[in-house]
Design a protein around this ligand. Structure first.
Ligand SMILES: CC(C)(COP(=O)(O)OP(=O)(O)OC[C@H]1O[C@@H](n2cnc3c(N)ncnc32)[C@H](O)[C@@H]1OP(=O)(O)O)[C@@H](O)C(=O)NCCC(=O)NCCS
Length: 167
């Protein structure tokens, strides 16, 4: 097991170069490959003004590199939506995703008591991680992104929205 991430290595995305590298990483990774989300579509989803985008920076052979990406949406029907999480292939299974999810929860739970996310039916490995971290199935959205596949809506909650955040 390699060195684990710390929260100080997660920060807001800063510039066009980082944004493009993240969009490229997503577009070259499942589930976005299977879902047909190309570079332009991934870039657009990151650049949308409603999104908060963070990266995990890790030490690579040639200096700091982007180890993972986290896209949050604090607007819309499901406030506190973890829209995308993507860890670079050679950083996977080293705790980066777990750290990014913990970071997302810390951020979202400051404002609302729910973290929502979707996971594709063809991605059982990611679903297993979410369930291990306390996410529960809310529902199955059949044929949502692609015919023959479902998106599972998951939630981790601290309680009802009424009266939250408690002062
Ligand atoms: C899913 C993902 C964010 C997890 O981050 P990570 O840093 O690899 O995970 P951690 O080291 O914190 O935890 C390991 C767990 O992640 C999951 N995981 C690992 N590699 C994975 C992969 N390629 N795809 C999906 N899930 C994976 C497994 O549940 C694993 O636990 P296990 O020991 O039970 O197999 C990351 O692997 C990834 O970006 N995968 C590709 C993109 C993706 O599936 N994103 C999620 C879309 S909903």
């Amino acid at each position: 097991m390699s060195e684990q991430m710390t929260s100080s290595q997660i920060r807001l995305i800063q510039n066009t170069s980082e944004t493009e590298r993240c969009a490229r990483m997503m577009a070259n990774t499942d589930p976005w490959i299977t879902l047909g989300r190309d570079f332009a579509a991934c870039l657009q989803s990151i650049l949308h003004p409603d999104k908060e985008v963070y990266i995990a920076v890790g030490e690579g052979d040639d200096g700091d590199e982007i180890a993972g990406l986290l896209v949050l949406n604090m607007h819309g029907a499901f406030v506190g939506y973890l829209q995308s999480i993507c860890v670079a292939p050679h950083w996977q299974n080293r705790g980066v995703g777990t750290r990014l999810i913990a970071f997302a929860e810390e951020r979202i739970f400051r404002d609302v008591p729910n973290v929502f996310l979707c996971v594709s039916s063809f991605n059982p490995d990611a679903r297993r991680l979410y369930e291990r971290l306390g996410y529960e199935l809310i529902g199955e959205i059949k044929d949502f992104m692609m015919a023959g596949y479902s998106e599972f809506l998951l939630r981790k909650t601290l309680g009802p929205t009424a009266g939250y955040p408690r002062r």
